[in-house]
Write a protein that binds this ligand. Structure first.
Ligand SMILES: [Zn+2]
Length: 185
């Protein structure tokens, strides 16, 4: 417990007014030098200057990307250094109420995630993307804003997202029905 009151990068005590980032999950194996930073609070200004930032962020990014592929979740847009993911409802995946349309934006070189709702995608671009990270500032904020602008080029509105998701769903259904057809026939 006491550990979490210190920034893992600079080792200084955290105060309530400090702006921090922390991650969830462990993309590094036990014994990896970056393992101890996983889930730990990190000053945002320390992350900005941290030489390991890109390696750390990329591991989370690639881990999450692989998880999307493995689970058959939908990557609805991607670029060389970010992707937008949507987790479709499934037998093992019942989203909490109000979260059914949650979309996540992952960025390869920064360890934070932007969340938005497909139904309120216009609002996401108008500033709701900051809702989960209201305290972002400096280079981190600039980077987030750049990614949001890139995403807007590819997924400009709710209709575009719905079309992409429906297309993925219908592909899945036709795969299911064609695998069933030998049985039915
Ligand atoms: Zn620090």
């Amino acid at each position: 417990m006491t550990e979490s009151t210190f920034c893992k990068i600079c080792g200084n005590a955290l105060s309530a007014k400090d702006i921090t980032l922390s991650t969830s999950g462990y993309p590094f194996s036990n014994g990896h030098r970056l393992r101890e930073y996983c889930g730990a609070p990190l000053h945002l200004h320390c992350v900005e200057k941290w030489p390991d930032r890109i390696e750390f962020s990329k591991a989370y990014y690639e881990h999450r990307y692989a998880q999307f592929v493995k689970e058959g979740w939908y990557i609805i847009a991607e670029h060389e250094d970010w992707f937008v993911g949507f987790i479709p409802p499934g037998p093992n995946m019942t989203p909490p109420a109000g979260m059914e349309d949650l979309v996540e934006v992952r960025i390869k070189d920064w360890p934070f995630v932007l969340y938005g709702h497909a139904e309120k995608w216009t609002e996401f671009f108008l500033g709701q993307w900051r809702e989960y990270h209201p305290a972002l500032y400096g280079r981190t904020l600039v980077r987030a804003a750049m990614v949001v602008r890139d995403v807007q080029q590819i997924l400009p509105d709710t209709n575009t997202i719905v079309e992409v998701i429906n297309e993925r769903l219908s592909r899945k259904e036709s795969a299911v029905s064609s695998s069933r057809s030998p049985v039915a026939g």
